[in-house]
Unconditional design. Structure first.
Length: 155
């Protein structure tokens, strides 16, 4: 995204990997029509999550670039305070009901809740073996692009 000619200025793409959740997490959502919240409530589930967005399986078809108002239930199904807002930015290839959502407004209570879900999902991911990188040999010291002599100091 950016400004084209003559300036050619663009924002960097900041991509975050979506982490699959250990188990799908239920949500209630409504599509916001022309700045009017309070549309028909539908259900869905979060399937993947990152700090800035999610992948969700939604009950009904949703247009790309639709704005969503979302509510969650916490552990033991008590409700999580706050309303999460997001924009549908794409559909998952090969599916009809899975969509990618970019969060647009995240209240602190929901941010803490999503952080906990993300931490649980990260713990459930299989650990990849840690590879040690070999140490690199230092190159000879250089001054003005030339290698310094490595022999005894000359006065």
């Amino acid at each position: 995204m950016g400004i084209g000619r003559p300036h050619q200025l663009y924002l960097p793409d900041i991509a975050e990997d979506l982490v699959p959740l250990a188990e799908e997490f239920p949500l209630i959502y409504s599509v916001i029509e022309s700045d009017q919240a309070g549309g028909e409530l539908c259900s869905g589930v979060l399937t993947k999550l990152s700090r800035k967005g999610a992948e969700a399986r939604l009950e009904g078809p949703v247009d790309i670039f639709s704005n969503l108002e979302m509510y969650f239930a916490g552990k033991e199904r008590e409700s999580v305070q706050g309303t999460l807002y997001g924009k549908v930015v794409g559909s998952v290839p090969g599916t009809r009901a899975d969509f990618t959502i970019c969060f647009t407004s995240v209240p602190p209570e929901i941010e803490v809740f999503l952080g906990e879900l993300l931490a649980q999902a990260a713990e459930a991911q299989p650990k990849s073996p840690v590879r040690k990188t070999p140490k690199r040999r230092r190159s000879p010291l250089r001054k003005n692009g030339r290698a310094l002599p490595s022999g005894p100091a000359v006065s």
